[in-house]
Design a protein around this ligand. Structure first.
Ligand code: DX5
Ligand code: ZN
Length: 219
């Protein structure tokens, strides 16, 4: 089953609780929360207090995407705030194994994210230690960017490795996902679709989620 994870980066920050309720009502599987620090990426979003506030307003699985420097230092506060999954960037960390150990110690799921320009071999030695790989299909920092189709070659190559090693790892894609490219992404091995502007850009969020589900269930 393919999961749909709307990204609240495209929500109305002044009406966050209402927008989260809409996503819940639309039966999204996960809620994707983009944490940016203005250092690892050229944008600033929100910190653990926002995650805590969202945690209070929903039972949805909280998929926290850390686009920050020093994820080792901050994994704990985001877990305490209510994250169910912490994903860090391979480009942000010299010692990814230490971050994975820390996230495991905290008792939540662990993901690693890889930017469009970063080759797959950078994560090859740790893919058997994570629950999820988050493939960025735009350069991280902003919603509403154009999908980079070349990333799907990396997804396919990673899928081959995962299958050959008989591993069970979720494949999530993030950036520019819409109804036109979702099918190809799933065909390449993706089982979790993050979507920001293509869901919140629609006047009816529930209907937008339903259309995504209908589109990918046709595969
Ligand atoms: C981008 C973020 C994404 C973003 C996706 O750096 O990681 O999660 O919200 O937004 P869209 O779907 O509009 O590209
Ligand atoms: Zn994201």
């Amino acid at each position: 089953m393919v999961k749909i994870a709307p990204s609240i980066l495209s929500a109305d920050f002044g009406r966050m609780a209402e927008d989260v309720k809409k996503i819940e009502k639309g039966k999204a599987d996960w809620l994707h929360i983009d944490v940016m620090d203005g250092h690892f990426v050229p944008n600033i979003t929100f910190g653990p207090r926002m995650v805590k506030a969202i945690r209070k307003s929903t039972k949805l699985f909280l998929d926290v995407h850390l686009m920050i420097s020093n994820p080792l230092k901050y994994a704990e506060v985001f877990t305490e705030a209510g994250a169910d999954l912490i994903t860090f960037h391979i480009e942000a960390e010299r010692n990814p194994e230490a971050v994975i150990r820390e996230i495991r110690r905290l008792g939540v799921k662990c993901g690693v994210s890889i930017n469009p320009a970063t080759p797959l071999f950078e994560i090859e030695s740790i893919i058997d230690k994570v629950d999820l790989i988050l493939f960025m299909s735009v350069n991280p920092g902003f919603s509403g960017q154009k999908f980079m189709p070349a990333v799907l070659d990396k997804v396919k190559a990673a899928k081959k490795i995962i299958d050959s090693r008989n591993l069970n790892v979720d494949f999530e894609i993030d950036g520019g996902i819409n109804l036109s490219n979702a099918v190809e992404a799933v065909g390449s091995g993706i089982n979790i679709l993050v979507a920001g502007s293509s869901i919140f850009g629609e006047s009816n969020v529930c209907e937008a989620i339903r259309k995504f589900r209908e589109t990918v269930s046709l595969i």
